[in-house]
Design a protein. Structure first.
Length: 149
């Protein structure tokens, strides 16, 4: 049993809810990451960021282009970049897992497909290279339907 399971200050009530708290935090992080990823790709977000940089540049003369003035933009961009790395990775992980599951389902229901391809991502690099060559040969032997090769 976890040493923190009975800490009232940690989980708000009597023990045993750390798993539930982790699930709640995970769901909260996932929802926040998805929302932030969606918002960060919007034109309005880019416009806002550009506006902030222009405002920062415009107030440079007021602050005499001081070190503090430079530190403001450097600190802000460093923090945003640091946090966005984790959000982007989370988004990529979710998208990759979703695409993998969809592909697995298509392979599973296709009678002509080789079911061992369902675990392709778990194969050693040498096996992946061998299969890549095999598919390359098969693609070269395929008859073009549209005249494109």
């Amino acid at each position: 049993m976890c040493a923190f399971a009975n800490c009232h200050w940690l989980n708000g009530h009597s023990g045993g809810s750390l798993i539930g708290m982790n699930e709640t935090l995970s769901k909260l992080f996932t929802r926040a990451a998805q929302w932030i990823a969606l918002q960060s790709g919007q034109p309005a977000t880019f416009a806002f960021a550009l506006f902030m940089v222009l405002v920062w540049g415009a107030v440079g003369p007021v602050f005499g282009f001081s070190n503090t003035w430079q530190l403001v933009i450097n600190t802000a961009t460093t923090i945003i970049t640091f946090l966005m790395v984790f959000l982007i990775q989370s988004s990529q992980n979710r998208d990759s897992a979703a695409v993998q599951l969809k592909l697995d389902e298509l392979i599973r229901v296709n009678v002509a497909a080789r079911n061992r391809l369902l675990v392709l991502e778990d194969l050693p690099e040498e096996e992946l290279q061998r299969l890549k060559k095999e598919f390359g040969v098969a693609a070269g032997q395929a008859q073009p339907e549209t005249g494109c090769r």
